[in-house]
Write a protein that binds this ligand. Structure first.
Ligand SMILES: Nc1nc2c(ncn2[C@@H]2O[C@H](COP(=O)(O)OP(=O)(O)OP(=O)(O)O)[C@@H](O)[C@H]2O)c(=O)[nH]1
Length: 797
């Protein structure tokens, strides 16, 4: 419509069409209303103009042509000229003076159209009067540029009145609209001094005019604001507000912030209702959520994760369950990978998380999300309990999630389900028939044997555990996966856990803001809403969140945005701040403050024997009621999975004659997990005990300077074994210490005997260079061994 959005908004507000800001979408209905409004206005204006043209011929003639005041009141000389001409001329003159942009041409607004004899609408301070003949005369005295343009305008106006559409006519529209906007604009000190003065002067001579009062009835205040902003909000001139403030005893400039009390005083002056919407102080992610009322809780499907050792059949089982449950209609349909899927058994739903294995499960937990209700532990009947089976058990136990054991591959001739049962009793998973409470189901994922039974058992556990959620509130969900899709933009696959998420809902996922654009189910169907335990893929995010991030739905988009911003800041701050994870160094502090009753420990050792021995010794420690609780023991290098488990359970890791894998090291640094590496059991116990007593005062800490890989081994008589190495990270220094690591296990720790570049002794060799290294008193070097060089540095306290 060739208008500014502000102007349209003003009109919409007048028409009582709900509108927030210039971004708001206008429904067809609203567009029609606004168009209708203009049509009516234009018609009225045209009609009025004609009327006035007839009745005021004489007056207008005089004003338009004569510069003399007296002459303007005498219509005799130019009686035939229409009133419009006078308007045009006087407006042009004002333009020259910079008095007001808004008062040109007869305004089609009702008040303006009411007659040329009446003043056109003004801003509140009454600037820019237009029709007072004397004022016009006076203005004309001050300018001389009106002439030729006036002629054009007149022509345009004539055209307009004949119904012709000319460029000028369009311009007229704009000006007319500017007229309304002038209430804001002149308020912004645009009018200029002269203009204002003139306006006041004119007002004194004018008959009482019909002012457009666009003072809002109600305003929303979101905190302190500047005088200028308040003026804008109240559709007032800033100077007027400043004046009002002065009367209230507050001296403020246009850019000065005024507090809420003062804002309220000002709004009271204008009889404007005020609604306070103060910024959200609390972050619902961090506060403990109010418990839902019991009567609002409804049953929800259980959420199941499948875990187990490599190749025991996790993926086969997930696929088998998914396929066995696809109904006819969906069989050919596109099943979507959305991080989880739902199946229906006996009219009850079960949600399966799509990523098997305990890593994903524990990653979620490490990020503070509890997604899984039940764990299916898959154990191959022909293979038995393996290291990852044990890890899975410990991860599930650490998360306090019930376990159902699926003894898989029972179709195999060498399958021995009873052996599995026997083996698992060691891990407190005792079948019911042996007096325990763990459900065991013998299955064959490949042949789809006993899957129904397994599903029924899940429902049984669900019934006992009574998984419930309140679907009747804003959604709470967890991001299972997220990625940047080329076509769709950021996409998140989420599991709704509480409440209901609907298309159009604003939300915060982690630190990202979003508004649900579309939701797709695991069956590829578009959903309008998703309740508890429903996995969905959503689009409409501004960024890609992280797996494990919490997602919270909001009613108010603004609030969602504020929270996402705040969370982003908090995240940065918390990354800067020290982590709250327990370390041996601050263990005593945690114990003293009563935060800790148990010290959780993960033991990784070179052999099962030492792990067991260490476990036995550590479990005996009891310092003032605080005990050591071993949540996992294992053989081999410290893996990323160990770190994640430690991070999720706030545990420390003890490596006995083992080292962390490179990836694990990085993760441990990120997650601030404390890893203690030892070679002597006594030292471990002493360290833990002292830490618990607050006596731990290590004076030195080990700093790894670099690593080198043994590429060749040379046996040289009288010298011993020399390793031809490549420095893979950092540097190896001649006077540092060194340990020999083979398959993640420390086989020797000692000193460097010789460090050579070609034939020469070297002080240090940096990453990317080859060198020869021999180790003092150790000749059992093998290709593929890793040398880890380190120095002991004194800790400054
Ligand atoms: N005979 C028999 N073979 C099975 C059964 N279930 C799975 N398998 C086979 O076992 C192998 C491993 O199965 P997967 O489902 O890939 O095992 P997984 O636990 O997901 O393995 P990862 O993804 O490597 O951890 C495949 O060759 C399957 O065909 C079963 O019930 N009976």
């Amino acid at each position: 419509m060739n208008m500014s959005s502000k102007e349209i908004i003003t009109i919409m507000k007048r028409l009582e069409i709900p509108v927030n800001n210039h971004m708001s979408v206008m429904e067809t209905d609203a567009i029609n209303k606004v168009e209708q409004f203009f049509k009516k206005l234009k018609n009225n204006a045209a009609a009025k103009r004609d009327e006035q043209a007839k009745s005021n011929v004489q007056k207008s003639e005089a004003v338009a042509s004569v510069q003399n005041k007296k002459e303007t009141s005498n219509p005799s000389s130019q009686q035939a000229r229409p009133q419009r001409q006078q308007n045009a001329r006087s407006q042009d003159t004002r333009n020259q003076q910079g008095a007001s942009r808004s008062q040109q041409k007869p305004s089609p607004r009702p008040s303006a159209a009411a007659g040329a004899s009446k003043p056109a609408p003004r801003n509140q301070s009454g600037q820019g009067g237009q029709t007072n003949p004397s004022a016009a005369g006076k203005r004309n005295e001050t300018t001389n540029a009106a002439g030729s343009r006036t002629e054009h305008r007149n022509q345009a106006d004539l055209d307009a009145s004949k119904g012709k559409t000319t460029k000028k006519n369009k311009a007229n529209n704009k000006r007319f609209d500017d007229n309304k906007a002038s209430n804001f604009r002149t308020g912004g000190n645009r009018g200029g001094k002269g203009g204002k003065g003139k306006g006041r002067y004119q007002n004194r001579n004018l008959p009482p005019k019909e002012k457009i009062d666009n003072t809002p009835k109600k305003v929303i205040v979101r905190g302190e604001m500047t005088v200028g902003d308040l003026a804008k909000l109240l559709h007032k001139d800033a100077s007027e507000i400043i004046k009002k403030l002065m009367f209230l005893g507050v001296m403020a400039t246009i850019n000065q912030e005024i507090d809420l009390d003062t804002i309220q005083l000002i709004t009271q002056e204008y009889n404007i209702e005020i609604e306070l919407k103060l910024p959200v102080e609390e972050d619902p992610f961090e506060i403990v959520e109010k418990a839902d009322e019991a009567d609002k809780m409804q049953d929800r499907p259980p959420v199941v994760t499948i875990m187990g050792h490599v190749d025991h059949g996790k993926t086969t089982l997930l696929d088998a369950i998914r396929k066995s449950n696809v109904t006819e209609g969906e069989a050919g349909g596109i099943t979507q990978h959305i991080g989880a899927y739902q199946v229906e058994v006996n009219q009850k739903k079960i949600t399966f998380l799509d990523t098997p294995g305990h890593e994903a499960f524990t990653t979620m937990r490490a990020r503070g999300s509890k997604v899984t209700d039940i764990t299916i532990l898959v154990v191959a009947a022909d293979d038995g309990v393996m290291p990852q089976t044990i890890e899975a058990i410990n991860h599930a136990k650490a998360a306090n999630v019930p376990i159902i054991v699926a003894v898989n591959k029972i179709d195999k001739p060498d399958a021995n389900p009873d052996r599995i049962k026997q083996e698992l009793t060691e891990y407190e998973l005792v079948p019911e028939e042996w007096g325990g409470d763990t459900i065991f189901v013998n299955i064959s994922a490949k042949n789809r044997m006993n899957l129904e039974e397994l599903l029924e058992m899940i429902l049984l556990v669900a019934e006992v555990q009574e998984y419930k959620a309140n679907p009747d509130k804003e959604a709470r969900a967890t991001v299972l996966e997220a990625e940047l899709d080329k076509g769709k933009g950021p996409v998140a696959r989420i599991l709704v856990q509480e409440g209901t998420l609907r298309v159009g809902d604003p939300f915060v996922a982690g630190v990202c803001f979003g508004r649900v654009r579309a939701m797709v189910s695991d069956k590829g169907r578009r959903l309008k809403d998703a309740g508890p335990s429903t996995p969905v893929e959503i689009t409409g995010l501004t960024e890609v969140p992280q797996a494990g991030d919490r997602l919270i739905g909001f009613e108010d988009e603004r609030k969602a945005r504020e929270i996402s911003d705040k969370r982003a800041i908090n995240l940065r701050q918390s990354e800067l701040n020290a982590s709250s994870r327990v370390t041996l160094d601050d263990l005593y502090k945690h114990i003293k403050e009563g935060e800790m009753k148990d010290l959780y420990v993960i033991i990784k050792a070179d052999v099962q024997g030492s792990a067991e021995a260490l476990k036995g010794s550590l479990e005996k420690i009891d310092v003032e009621g605080v005990r050591v609780k071993i949540i996992h023991t294992g053989v081999g290098a410290i893996t990323e999975s160990d770190i994640i488990l430690a991070s999720a359970s706030n545990a420390i890791i003890i490596g006995f004659n083992v080292r962390p894998e490179p990836a694990a090291k990085t993760t441990a640094e990120q997650e601030k997990v404390d890893i203690r590496l030892h070679r002597i059991i006594y030292n471990v116990i002493e360290e833990i005990e002292q830490a618990m007593k607050g006596m731990l005062d290590p004076e030195f800490k080990e700093v790894v300077t670099g690593q080198a890989e043994v590429r060749n081994v040379f046996k040289i008589s009288r010298v011993g074994t020399v390793a031809g190495c490549m420095v893979t990270s950092g540097k190896i220094t001649r006077n540092g210490q060194l340990r020999v690591i083979r398959d993640g296990i420390v086989v020797y720790e000692g000193e460097i005997d010789a460090l050579k570049r070609f034939k020469d002794d070297a002080k240090e060799v940096a990453q990317g260079y080859e060198c020869g290294i021999s180790v003092k008193n150790f000749n059992d070097l093998k290709e593929g061994d890793i040398f880890e060089a380190f120095v002991m540095e004194q800790i400054e306290r």
